[in-house]
Ligand binder design. Structure first.
Ligand code: SAM
Ligand code: DTB
Ligand code: SF4
Length: 370
């Protein structure tokens, strides 16, 4: 039974564990629910860049920031599909499309839904992040075939107002409820290294781990300091978050949300391979691939292929554990062999550069995920 009744004290105690004990426990939980040597590959595309009316202090795309980013119009469907085809060729499993909107306008929904249907038609999982949604917009996205919606709480309820003033923490939760109500899987996480305290990191994980149902995906971003943003300028030249504290956050997310995919998201470009390896050991099992996130640089496929080879990691091909029980997905049980019992064999993976690295020894026979 997955717990959603974690207390803040329990989460604080996990953070306080000796580091090696915490990572060991997280690795045990990881192995009980996931294929520990497999990492899911996702690719991001900014389908509508810049000019956002929100004032998120970390974001290059906010109209309040002086990042020098030029506001662009919503991309054409064909251009999005071309980028998705490229991502698939590079071995990505999921294509995540992000728009710098407070919320989508109803007049944009037709184009956005066509993007979802088209990307899905290429055999990729789809994820969108478009800001706040009404119930009706969430339903339209679901009908178009959207698998995931990303909407982050970003930080603890207490720290939230220090980072964003134009929308509330509660409004984020309301959109998450609309997404759930429409039957779309939830991707929800946040950012560490925004000047928050340890107690805020406890509150951040607590808010996620006590949602009525855990998010299927939990992206943990390390702040990418962008010049001209409030937070980028505040932390210019400083180390935003200690590596060990970052790994602790990943480990606590893994322990408290055992079946969720924990994504090592923004900030990898400036992270050492050793820190990333510790994150994988502590239960991170998803990354963004490619040279670019939305507007900032990412590690890049060749660096990741080299890291996967060095660490003996393998791109994930099986369906993740929480989705096989999501109503209406028709998915079966994921196993280490990539076979989806009672469902179809995953059609993803095995095609891109990251699939051609040497992965180390195969899993032992009979070892299954659940
Ligand atoms: N406008 C939509 C929204 O805010 O929900 C979608 C796009 S927004 C860029 C998606 C997420 O990216 C944010 O919630 C935040 O967690 C993350 N993000 C944005 N800028 C970042 C940065 N500089 N460093 C780390 N994460 C960042
Ligand atoms: C998430 O939590 N991280 C991704 C995705 N969701 C949309 C975005 C990271 C953005 C990093 C800053 C940028 O490239 O603009
Ligand atoms: Fe806009 Fe999203 Fe950036 Fe906030 S994070 S400024 S809502 S694009």
């Amino acid at each position: 039974m997955t717990r959603t009744n974690w207390t803040r004290d329990e989460i604080a105690e996990l953070f306080d564990l000796p580091f090696t004990e915490l990572v060991f426990r997280a690795a045990e939980v990881h192995r009980a629910h996931h294929a520990a040597g497999e990492v899911q590959l996702c690719t991001l595309l900014s389908i509508k860049t810049g000019g956002c009316p929100e004032d998120c202090g970390y974001c290059s795309q906010s109209a309040h920031a002086k990042s020098g980013l030029k506001a662009e119009k919503l991309m054409d469907v064909e251009a999005v599909l071309a980028a998705a085809a490229e991502a698939r060729a590079a071995g990505s499993q999921r294509f995540c499309m992000g728009a710098a909107w407070r919320e989508p306008k109803d007049r944009d929904m037709g184009k956005v839904c066509a993007m979802v249907a088209g990307v899905k038609g290429l055999g990729l999982e789809t994820c969108m992040t478009l800001g706040m949604l009404t119930g009706d917009q969430a339903k339209q996205l679901k009908d178009a075939g959207l698998d995931y919606y990303n909407h982050n709480i970003d930080t603890s309820p207490e720290h939230y107002g220090e980072v964003i003033t134009t929308r509330t923490f509660q409004e984020r939760l309301d959109t998450l409820e609309e997404v759930r109500g429409a039957g779309i899987a939830v991707c929800c996480g946040g950012i560490v290294g925004m000047g928050e305290s340890r107690d805020d990191r406890v509150g951040f994980i607590h808010a996620l781990a006590t949602l009525p149902r855990h998010p299927e995906s939990v992206p943990i971003n390390a702040l990418v300091p962008v010049k001209g943003t409030v937070l980028g300028d505040m932390f210019a030249g400083e180390k935003m978050i200690d590596d060990i504290e970052f790994v602790r956050t990943v480990a606590v997310a893994r322990i408290t949300m055992p079946r969720s995919m924990v994504r090592l998201s923004a900030g990898r470009e400036s992270m050492s391979e050793s820190t990333q390896a510790l994150c994988f050991l502590a239960g991170a099992n998803s990354i963004f691939t490619g040279d670019k996130l939305l507007t900032t640089a990412n590690a890049g496929d060749s660096a990741d292929a080299a890291m996967f080879a060095k660490l003996g990691l393998k791109p994930m091909e099986a369906e993740e554990p929480m989705r096989k029980i999501l109503p209406g997905t028709g998915r079966g049980t994921a196993t280490r062999s990539g076979v989806v019992e009672g469902g179809e064999r995953s059609e993803h993976g095995g095609v891109g550069p990251l699939h051609h690295v040497s992965y180390g020894p195969p899993p032992r026979a009979g070892e299954e995920l659940v």
